[in-house]
Design a protein around this ligand. Structure first.
Ligand code: MG
Length: 238
């Protein structure tokens, strides 16, 4: 039970109890003296006095059950739970291949080697989202042994990940990414990348944050032989 439906249930219980108490007050209010009370009305009075008590006991049992199940804790009604996932990806770069980052093809003389389009940013983002939701990783859902994904547009992976998150009642709160490459300069392309990623994930632009780094000439990335990306994704449960 999510927090919203839990709140509705609590309100329903409070309404029922309030109604029961009002009814009890109404029935037990002293009335004008009468010549004699029948045995039937005595039983009716007793029954109406017991109903609010039974409702109160039922409500207490309901609260105990929810607390035991961990779905209600003091101060958490109406609040969402936040989860975080991390994603990382690296691809070798080879001459003459298209360089696709964040769903955008950039003018460059090298591109990633990969089964799909080799989009490191989309792959790391996909892993971060799936990890935050506890849904495995990109290899689980799109194995590189499946010919169906050969040369695939990696934005499709993100669209599929978004559907999985929605099925599990997760909403994307924020994505923070860093792409590490020696060349080309990525900053000028970030606005369009953010648009493409936001569209694939069905979120507003302000939820996608991109950064770029070089590797200061060190290692394979620094020599222009590889490109990598790190992504942290934050989800909330609804
Ligand atoms: Mg990859």
């Amino acid at each position: 039970m999510n927090s919203r439906s839990l709140l509705k249930t609590l309100l329903l219980w409070f309404s029922i109890i309030l109604l029961g108490v009002l009814l009890w007050k109404l029935i037990s209010a002293p009335g004008p003296p009468s010549g004699g009370t029948s045995k039937n009305s005595d039983w009716l009075l007793l029954l109406l006095n017991v109903i609010p008590l039974l409702l109160l006991v039922g409500f207490c049992l309901f609260l105990l059950q929810r607390m035991k199940a961990g779905s209600w804790r003091g101060g958490e009604i109406g609040a969402s739970r936040t989860r975080t996932g991390i994603g990382y990806d690296l691809h070798r770069l080879e001459w003459g291949r298209p360089l696709i980052i964040g769903g955008l093809e950039l003018p460059f003389d090298k591109g990633p080697v990969g089964h799909s389009d080799g989009d490191v940013l989309a792959h790391a983002l996909c892993d971060a989202l799936l990890g935050a939701a506890g849904l495995g990783d990109i290899g689980t859902h799109f194995p590189d042994t499946d010919p169906k994904w050969k040369g695939a547009n990696s934005l499709l992976f993100l669209e599929h990940a978004k559907k999985l998150l929605t099925d599990k009642n997760f909403a994307i709160e924020h994505v923070d990414a860093v792409v590490i490459t020696e060349k080309p300069k990525l900053g000028p392309h970030f606005p369009k990348m953010r648009e493409a990623l936001a569209k694939a994930l069905g979120v507003s632009l302000d939820k996608i944050h991109l950064k770029a780094k070089t590797n200061e000439g060190v290692d394979a990335i620094g020599r222009g032989e590889a490109i990598a990306a790190h992504v942290v994704a934050t989800l909330s449960s609804r």
